[in-house]
Design a protein around this ligand. Structure first.
Ligand SMILES: [Zn+2]
Length: 164
């Protein structure tokens, strides 16, 4: 008898256009139940082993990529080579404390986010690094497309003369 939650997850997978074999449903359930929301492949392998799910590295990596590609998992914006998956698929901000690499989710309004940023920039001038991930459509390479109307005047700062 499948759990009610599993049936909901099965539906979610199918709505996203993915097949919903039992192992994938159980994996998604594990990820959603995990108290830690930011997970590397090794963390997921450990979770799978503890819960008697298939633990093959390649298979799990493929499943995670597939879940992320279909919007059921997020990817932590990071400059590290290794992907860090986010069990919260909706876009949100993160604070990363350099000292212990602790990552804190910020589910706040744009106003609060800007206030937090202002506070951090004032508290540690010259020491705060900010990374913003823009949607794919913001990075179109066709320079002839006028994006001013669509995105409120934002221009990708890659033009000549822009300090990089
Ligand atoms: Zn997050």
């Amino acid at each position: 008898m499948p759990r009610v939650e599993d049936m909901a997850l099965r539906e979610e997978l199918q709505r996203a256009g993915l097949p919903a074999p039992r192992a994938l449903v159980r994996l998604l359930a594990l990820l959603r139940d995990s108290p830690e929301t930011h997970l590397r492949l090794a963390d997921v392998m450990r979770l799978a082993a503890q819960n008697e799910l298939p633990t093959g590295q390649l298979g799990l990596a493929r499943q995670l990529e597939s879940l992320a590609d279909h919007g059921l998992l997020g990817r932590l914006p990071t400059t590290e080579a290794e992907a860090v998956f986010d069990t919260v698929p909706e876009a949100h901000a993160h604070l990363i404390y350099e000292e212990d690499a602790q990552v804190v989710d910020l589910h706040v309004s744009p106003e609060t986010l800007l206030a937090i940023l202002r506070h951090a920039l004032a508290a540690w001038p010259g020491e705060v690094a900010v990374l913003a991930r823009l949607p794919a459509r913001a990075a179109g390479s066709d320079a002839s497309v006028d994006r001013t109307a669509a995105d409120g005047g934002f221009h990708r700062p890659s033009g000549q003369g822009f300090p990089r």
